[in-house]
Design a protein around this ligand. Structure first.
Ligand code: ATP
Ligand code: PRP
Length: 209
């Protein structure tokens, strides 16, 4: 049995059509069940929060998983192989601020609100900038509007959320897509089965392209 970790929301929305193209469908109520059998007897799904996918796979509670590159970079990727870019759930991780924000005084320590403190710290450290990090769990766009932060680091796709809140993207940190991750031990102990599923996903990626 191979256990595939997926998360509700964009990852599930984009992965289910891929599975369907591979001839695989959930065989249970995907909205309610957390462990869902599929039409393939040797494949089951577990449905978890996006940020938990690397943890489930690294501990071997799931053999393989689909997660955003943003989540992987923030997690660090220890205990995981990342063999395949699925080229779905595309977006970018960017720095944004209020449009026409006044210049900051010299030596001001930039306050950054984000769900991604590790990536953000590394990004500003590369620029020799020590920043004050404010960890948030969502609705980052609000932080500069209410004086909680000078800038945010958040995901941008269409840019509509930034625009609607009067913010502008000032820098792209990295482009993001969803990746297939594999538990390192399972890659050895379940080698044939995992290779089989990786090949099927790779074919589906090619077919979409
Ligand atoms: P949670 O509910 O745990 O806060 P979330 O809101 O981050 O999770 P999703 O919005 O479904 O969950 O995002 C899952 C992944 O999809 C992200 O990690 C990212 O890789 C990608 N993603 C997020 N926002 C967008 C977007 N606007 N457009 C495209 N892909 C996105
Ligand atoms: C994501 C992201 C941005 C928005 C960007 O939020 O955090 O707010 O999408 O997309 P856009 O550029 O197409 O407008 P999401 O909808 O996941 O909400 P959340 O961060 O509050 O969970």
């Amino acid at each position: 049995m191979i256990t595939l970790a997926l998360s509700k929301g964009r990852i599930l929305e984009d992965t289910l059509p891929m599975l369907k193209a591979m001839g695989v469908e959930p065989a249970g109520d995907i909205g309610r069940l957390l462990r869902v059998p599929t039409t393939e007897p040797d494949l089951q799904l577990v449905i978890i929060r996006p940020a938990d996918v690397p943890t489930y796979v690294a501990y071997g509670a799931a053999d393989i998983g689909v997660t955003g590159k943003d989540v992987l970079m923030e997690h660090g990727g220890e205990g995981l192989y990342e063999p395949l870019d699925l080229k779905i759930a595309g977006c970018r991780l960017s720095v944004a601020q209020v449009r026409d924000a006044p210049a900051l005084p010299p030596h001001h320590r930039l306050r950054v609100a984000t769900k991604y403190p590790a990536i953000t710290q590394a990004h500003f450290a590369q620029r020799d900038m020590q920043v004050e990090m404010i960890k948030l769990y969502g609705s980052m766009e609000l932080a500069p509007l209410v004086g909680l932060a000078d800038v945010i680091v958040d995901l941008v796709d269409t840019g509509n959320t930034l625009k609607a809140n009067g913010l502008i993207e000032t820098e792209i940190i990295t482009h993001i897509t969803a990746r297939m991750v594999v538990n390192k031990a399972a890659m050895k102990t379940k080698h044939a089965a995992i290779k089989h599923w990786l090949a099927r996903f790779a074919e589906a990626v090619e077919a979409r392209a």
